[in-house]
Design a protein around this ligand. Sequence first.
Ligand code: ZN
Length: 423
Amino acid sequence: MATLAIAAEIPQNAASKSCRFCGARLERTFVDLGMSPLCETYPSVAELNRGEMFYPLHVFVCEKCFLVQLGEFETPDKIFSEYLYFSSYSDSWLKHCEDYTAKVIGRFGLAPSSFVVEVASNDGYLLQYFVKNGIPALGIEPAANVAKVAEEKGVPTLNRFFGTQLAIELAASGKTADLIVGNNVLAQVPDLNDFVEGLRLLLKPHGVLTLEFPSLLKLIELNEFDTIYHEHFSYFSLLATINILRAHGLKIFDVEELPTHGGSLRVYAARVEDRSHALQPSVETQLQLERRSGMDTVAAYEGFARRVKETKFALLDFLLSAAKKGKTVVGYGAPGKSATLLHYCGIGRDLIQYTVDRSPHKQGRVLPGTHIPIFHPDRIRETRPDFVIILPWNLKDEIMQQLQFIREWGGCFVVPIPKVLVS
Ligand SMILES: [Zn+2]
């Protein structure tokens, strides 16, 4: 009788591919978060009885260029054609954008004769401030529903994906930019080289490019594993970003650290041949921080997976003990990152009864996969839960202030990241 051979081990990186920037083979795991659904697809009540696709969240680090990245499991048009993330629903984010606008208008002398382009301009949350200042602006936004909201606000918006092709078309019609803005878009680009080449083509000879993206150094230091999800294909250090831009004829001349999204970097870049911007010391300072943490070797990337697992166990400990004591736990917020946190930790409706969100586009729907229902924030006052777990922990100060009233019945806040904190 024939016996079947039993595999001793299933190779977890069997489907690994090559680095989306430099082409080197991806062999080193940064962290493997298991399977998750697409995190910005919030099923409606009518969709509750349908199945949902789950995709692997297995992150690799390229040992040649140190770009941390996820394989591409879904076509971008499927992820981004309808998008429920409207940037304008956070007060602190809008303030951040208004401050940025005032700063770059002053620093680079932008005037009504200038032209500003934002790539992934969402609902016009940022460009509205340029329009208010009389500076012509154009948004590029692939999600049709979000682009429509921007147009209604008076922000001209092209409903397209950005890349070399669109940059060539815009440049051919004389629409090159004095300022290109890319906020939290670089991570979402599957064809990174095509995208960055497009940025250079769209930039005027003395134009400036600013990019904001979550800092990989902060992601590692602050254990922000839930910011890893399918919409984010890549995770950037300054080190890796300098190399990627340089390969496409762009140089970074300044960098700022920002508190947004759990710690972000804003880089300022120009064409390599443009000598009008002096290299600021901030660039070397940030590079030193990254080198000190070992980000130019594999050292910085080891140990992250172990810390992530410890966070999962601590959060489950808290939720199980609350459940056993008959305490009620509800969520606040329905950000994309909650999908990763909840799925990786195996948390469902038995541990978190519901969540709430200020965005009316999410209310009445459920979180992907777990089907935890999303209500209007007033639900918290009505049901008086013992604990409110803040899912968009990066906005915790703002949210705790809004929800001070839970103290009236002895309610407590739970912040899950960097480690579980009950207050
Ligand atoms: Zn690489």
